[in-house]
Design a protein. Structure first.
Length: 119
């Protein structure tokens, strides 16, 4: 995937697709008009751009995702950790948790998540 960033308006548009997929391109155009105030041509232009990036697909007039919302944001998170913390998850977690105290329940859940990642 060449470019995985989404601008603010692209994110709102992507959310419409992720929430309603699969949907017809005409349904998407109507939703984008109602929620974003877009003309049909704007919807198709942005959809093509996001399809070219490998995030969505418009096949025979049906729009669906090639990557899920969770996968997309996981990639964004990985990129952030790589760029901001030299790829160090411990450094990221240290910075992330500096300003907030977590409940025992939250800490236990995080431990379970980390334990499930052992390889």
């Amino acid at each position: 995937m060449a470019e995985i960033k989404l601008g603010e308006i692209e994110s709102r548009f992507a959310e419409i697709i992720w929430t309603n997929e699969p949907l017809s391109s005409s349904q998407l155009a109507k939703m984008a008009e109602a929620e974003l105030g877009w003309k049909k041509s704007t919807t198709y232009t942005i959809l093509k751009r996001l399809c070219d990036r490998g995030i969505f697909r418009n096949q025979n007039g049906t729009v669906s995702s090639l990557i899920t919302k969770n996968e997309f944001y996981a990639m964004q998170s990985e990129k952030f950790v790589d760029e901001s913390f030299d790829g160090s998850l411990p450094a990221f977690l240290t910075a992330f948790s500096m300003r907030k105290k977590y409940t025992d329940e939250e800490v236990e859940k995080m431990k379970q998540i980390l334990d499930s990642m052992r390889g």
